[in-house]
Write a protein that binds this ligand. Structure first.
Ligand code: SF4
Length: 383
């Protein structure tokens, strides 16, 4: 598969890639000597951590992971750094080195509360940009310059300016999965947990939602506000189908199906519950279903399973190739060398912050963040 993703530093994410560089956890290269060897010191500092990831990492591979975990945790102390670990990170990153864990907005808000000097974003580029927008005085690093997003790369600042020319009186609600220059052209941002609430907060009869077509369609089914959608899609969630859900139910009678609202609307109709990654995680913790399927990125099930050992997870596996570009190895190198710093031109950052802050200032969405599978399906305009 040809990789057409541009370096994010030039501001143009025009492509996407399906190349996957590693699987469930990227097994680091085993070092027999030097700073990253599995020494007695490393063993003493890390062996108590192994239990958390024993389901995912075979014991014989632990000597390859432990030195990196130890080195990263030491670097964090030396440099007063924190790691923001998204729910889609592999369990080694999520459980062993993440200081704050959650969805993209939750992580960015946590970032504003930390007194750390350095933030390492264990996630994709738009998340690192959001952290930088909200924490302009901190050094924000991203471990891989190639950790993009098919949604973020589906729309540019120029596209937004054209939309505004074509629909001058219609406000634009932009999902946080967008670049800083797109956020800068938007009226207000939203996440998958507050999208309905944000749309209704504007008090207007019609809004444009970008860049996720399916999120926009799912929101349209939950509100009387007319929605016009941009045509972007998450390459991970768009792959789930209603047929998949029916086949999974037939293969696993009684299973509870939870979907993310980036999935197509017919998947939402077939599911028992639809909400953000946090809402799905909370659903499992609160309801403890015997058997559950999370229709989202693979690592999410792994991470929610760690916190709910009494729940059985059926794991349909759609990997996000962009998320999987973040590894223990490149987190270590990025923090050690303080490389791949996120920089956003000030005039863009100020405008983007306004749109993000306007969303943060809304009250928590509560049940407004859940999508009703029985909601009446509407056809909406897609541009
Ligand atoms: S899972 Fe989808 S929305 Fe999230 S980073 Fe990957 S491509 Fe983007």
């Amino acid at each position: 598969m040809v990789d057409t993703l541009n370096n994010w530093e030039d501001g143009h994410w025009i492509g996407q890639t399906l190349e996957v560089e590693n699987g469930v956890c990227a097994v680091p290269k085993k070092m027999k000597t030097g700073a990253l060897a599995y020494t007695d010191e490393v063993r003493a500092a890390t062996d108590h951590l192994y239990e958390q990831v024993s389901t995912f990492i075979p014991k014989f591979e632990w000597p390859a992971y432990a030195p990196l975990v130890h080195a990263i945790n030491q670097l964090k102390k030396q440099k007063n750094a924190v790691i923001l670990a998204h729910n889609y990170m592999t369990p080694d990153i999520f459980a062993l080195i993440g200081d704050y864990k959650g969805d993209s907005l939750g992580l960015a808000i946590e970032a504003t509360k930390t007194d750390a000097d350095i933030i390492v974003q264990a996630g994709v580029h738009f998340m690192a940009e959001t952290s930088k927008i909200l924490c302009p005085d901190k050094k924000v690093l991203i471990p891989s310059l190639r950790a993009g997003c098919s949604l973020a790369s589906s729309i540019t600042g120029d596209d937004m300016r054209l939309i505004k020319q074509r629909y001058p009186n219609v406000p634009i609600v932009t999902y946080v999965n967008a670049t800083a220059d797109v956020k800068a052209e938007t009226d207000i941002c939203c996440t998958s947990s507050n999208a309905v609430q944000v749309v209704e907060s504007l008090g207007v009869p019609k809004v444009i939602m970008a860049p996720d077509e399916f999120l926009a369609k799912n929101v349209a089914n939950m509100t009387d506000v007319e929605i016009i959608a941009w045509h972007g899609r998450c390459e991970v969630h768009a792959r789930f189908s209603a047929t998949d859900v029916r086949e999974m139910r037939a293969a696993h009678p009684g299973v509870v199906v939870l979907a993310h609202p980036e999935c197509p609307p017919d998947v939402v109709i077939e599911s028992d519950f639809t909400g953000s990654t946090k809402a799905m995680s909370d659903y499992v913790s609160d309801n403890k279903p015997k058997n559950v399927i999370l229709l989202t990125e693979c690592s999410m099930s792994d991470n929610v399973a760690m916190a709910n050992p009494d729940v059985d997870f059926v794991r349909p596996c759609n990997l996000c190739p962009h998320m999987k570009r973040i590894t223990l190895q490149n987190i270590y190198e990025c923090l050690r060398d303080e490389k791949h710093e996120v920089k956003i031109p000030k005039h863009i950052a100020i405008k983007a912050r306004r749109a993000v802050q306007r969303m943060i200032d809304l009250p928590p969405p509560g049940k407004k963040g859940h999508f009703d599978p029985k909601a009446v399906h509407k056809d909406i305009k897609v541009i």
